[in-house]
Design a protein around this ligand. Sequence first.
Ligand code: FAD
Ligand code: NAI
Length: 471
Amino acid sequence: VRGLASYDTVVIGGGPGGYVAAIKASQLGQKTACIEKRGALGGTCLNVGCIPSKAMLNNSHIYHQTLHDIKARGIDVDGVSLNLPNMLKAKDTSVTGLTKGVEGLFKKYKVDYIKGTGSFVSANKLKVDLLEGGEEQIEAKNVIIATGSDAMAFPGVPFDEERIVSSTGALSLQEVPKKLTVIGGGVIGLELGSVWSRLGAEVTVVEFMSGIGGVGIDEEIAKSFQKILTKQGFKFKLNTKVTSLKREGDVVTIEVEGAKDGKKETLTSDVVLVAIGRRPYTDGLNLEAIGVEKDKKGRIVIDNQFNTSAPGVKCIGDVTFGPMLAHKAEDEGIAAAEFIQTGHGHVNYDAIPSVIYTHPEVAWVGKTEQELKAANVEYKIGKYPFLANSRAKTNNDQEGSVKILVEKETDKILGAHIIGPNAGEMIAEATLAVEYSASAEDVARTCHAHPTLSEAFKEAAMASYDKPVNF
Ligand code: FAD
Ligand code: NAI
């Protein structure tokens, strides 16, 4: 055991929640350390989540476009072929570039990076089992738990990460499967399904619910999204539950059953991606030592200032309530550090954007139509298709539309739902509008550069109270 170091703030977990909290705490003058056990900073997001998936999505899109689309753009190429090992290498390079970047930020902002597994001895004393061997005890006035989440396996069937894979295995398949079955038509299933579909796999998505896109998607958008993906070659089995999953040699057998009609069917596949959600990760923290409360889903319970039930212990990110998104975890990280220092911090849970990085992208913020109906809010809809947007047409990338939901009485923008090229970038404008309580007319009277995709957002706003001009 090394000597007892003492800190103002110690963050457990170096993901987007934890590393951002640590940097902000140190910037605010707190003596700060961050404990991370995976041997690299950046958490799920940088190592096995957001970043490698976007690298594969981007590069598989370029490959697919090169094969199927660029001839019509006046570019002739011969002998296009996939070099999967190099595509995987490019992904790894983007990951290490960013994780090393976070290490550099820790040095710059004087955050002590402790490599090991942290666990509670008491609310202000932690033990770290060091990666290099041995252990260290540290004291902290404040602890922020940011231990994130982990993929849920199909009940009774652990991941072998070869044939029955989580997102982590699906980001490193060494060959393109002939048949890929995805269990769960949420964000991970559709993004990683897209990657392997573009690289040549026959992709079937089995989804328990009646629509795709996961929690929080607008139902109308989900239907158009499904049509677009079906055109791209996806097969969907909705309202269908998987009853068993078994690997024998190189074949995985999946028994499914209609959720409504009970109809049974057997599917076979080379690889099965299980993407049925993630669970909060608290293994090994020894929370019992400090009596921290968890809810039924295993999430650490916090108040509106990120305090757990243990004194001086806060919690942020995937391991607590709210959407499991990197930008949500980051904003909570900043707010938690600010609460420690100043007693104030801000996260607006009504204005957190969601993006599915397929092609076209799907992005939304604020309320869905089904939510407004359920809450009996009177609303108007403004819609605008990308086929009437000059930039989308010029780029020959005009699938999708913008849909804006506006409060009837006040003209306030309550929600925005976009399917289309660069929807993930465009949603920033909608998020700002929701954050600032903008009216649709505020947006429609804001000058938007021409020719840009964002003009579709302006025209949708215009369409909600008047007529669009270009459609
Ligand atoms: P995590 O990133 O999970 O980090 C927690 C860290 O804590 C881990 O590194 C873990 O090793 C460490 N840890 C755990 N216990 C201990 C301990 N006892 N001691 C020390 N260290 C510990 N979100 C988006 O917003 N956009 C995306 O495009 C996106 N894509 C994704 C793609 C995939 C395939 C996956 C799986 C997720 C994706 N996400 C995306 C979700 C995003 O990764 C998470 O929301 C985000 O990483 C949560 O951040 P966090 O800091 O709460 O936890
Ligand atoms: P998800 O919650 O998005 O989707 C899971 C889907 O699986 C749901 O549609 C659910 O109905 C279905 N399902 C659950 N059990 C099932 C069963 N037994 N059989 C068939 N279907 C079943 O979860 P997912 O895709 O695993 O992603 C986990 C988290 O990671 C998400 O909460 C998301 O926030 C985050 N993430 C975010 C990304 C982004 O922001 N672009 C990308 C990838 C992940």
